[in-house]
Design a protein around this ligand. Sequence first.
Ligand SMILES: Nc1ncnc2c1ncn2[C@@H]1O[C@H](COP(=O)(O)OP(=O)(O)OP(=O)(O)O)[C@@H](O)[C@H]1O
Length: 465
Amino acid sequence: MERYRVAKEVGDGTFGTVWQAINKQSGEVVAIKKMKIKYYSWEECLNLREVKSLRRLNHPNIIKLKEVIRENDTLYLVFEYMECNLYQLMKKRGKPFTEVEIRNWCFQIFQALAYMHQRGYFHRDLKPENILVTKNILKIADFGLAREASSKPPFTEYVSTRWYRAPEVLLQSSVYDFAVDMWAMGAIIAELFTLCPLFPGSSEADEIYKICSVIGPPNRNSWAKGLQLADAIKFQFPQLASVPLSLLIPSASQDAVNLISSLCSWDPSRRPTSVEVLQHSFFQPCFYIPPSPRVRLSVGAPKTSPSVIMKGVLESEAARRYSLDFLSNARMSSNLSFTNVNESSRTGVQRNIKMSHQENKNERFDTNDIKPYRHQPAARNTPGYSRMTCNVVEKLAHLTVSPNRDSHIAGKAPNLNLRPAREPSQLVTQPPALKSGIWHGRTALLGRPNDIPAARCYHARKVAG
Ligand SMILES: Nc1ncnc2c1ncn2[C@@H]1O[C@H](COP(=O)(O)OP(=O)(O)OP(=O)(O)O)[C@@H](O)[C@H]1O
């Protein structure tokens, strides 16, 4: 760790404190996550979900893990540095984002999701705080809950931050899959438009209440399995009328509303996959250029990472075709390098660390927890903003409906009704085994220090559990 000079704290999560630091030798700016619990062996470190998954994932829109350092039983994860997270971006925003911005950002995230889902990983904790931003480049971070789809259910842990938690997880299904990430993305896209969380539940039961108040309760047709899950825990869905998403998100186009609506389908099997989403008409203006083999395999960092350009640049129908072949064909590069250093002396008593990530997310399902709405609409960026009181349903009363917008009379957009086969693909290249104290990731794929602006002040928000 003496190779780094710590500059300032940029984040404090459940599992680690994140610092901006500078590599004394190269001048490179990095983010160092100091884990809050002790690690008494390398095995424990390498078994961490965050380490295991990130060592295998190499995508321009997934945060790069550069090094793993264990010193005096403290574990440090060294990442490429990003300017801020999506929540901070929304919070400081004075006016709504444009649909073009939202489209561009979400396209990047769905590309990353398509990449990882195809490789058999799902994130399970997507939320604005876990999407990092530098300039117009977005990267998914915090793989602490990431799971390999090939790992065996039942998944008994509570996962993900409540406001973005999929109904099947809320209803304690022991089996779930990539579709939990798609639900979270529906909620995140809506929030990008309104700057307010779509389902800001104050407990798990209240979370379902909030969902019902937007999309209405499920029925035998829309999600028979959900009724069974609810029965099993003796939960009754509140019988609330749905509200057309186009009313809740008046600034969104019908394409955007349709996409959000399909992502926020009760039934996980009716949510589109990330690959299908990339082909949704909302993303029609986007053009995907797969990274060239040279960029993917070489040590040179692409100067502008996301491979998205807008339609104006390449207008032709042929050019608009998505190059998604890479999803099935790409082979991860394994240009990982390893440095032999002496492992720090083992100190302290050996103990078992359960990485169930449960500590803060172990809430009980209690219908008494349902909180009646308080009518206190507030934009995310207003002073004294509290996300608990900021809700698009509450804001409905304040909507000015434009008579010109089709979406206002369209009612609830139909679901895409896509029923994808969610076959996790084989994991590709195994990273080489760790030899000793420090693991170096793909260092050369990082941006130059000059490209990295100073971190913004971190404003934590806890809605887990
Ligand atoms: N690579 C990075 N560059 C800049 N800031 C970062 C980076 N990684 C994390 N952060 C900041 O630190 C915060 C916490 O990081 P992270 O989510 O990885 O920690 P955590 O302990 O796993 O959090 P959680 O409570 O969500 O599980 C992020 O929301 C982000 O603001």
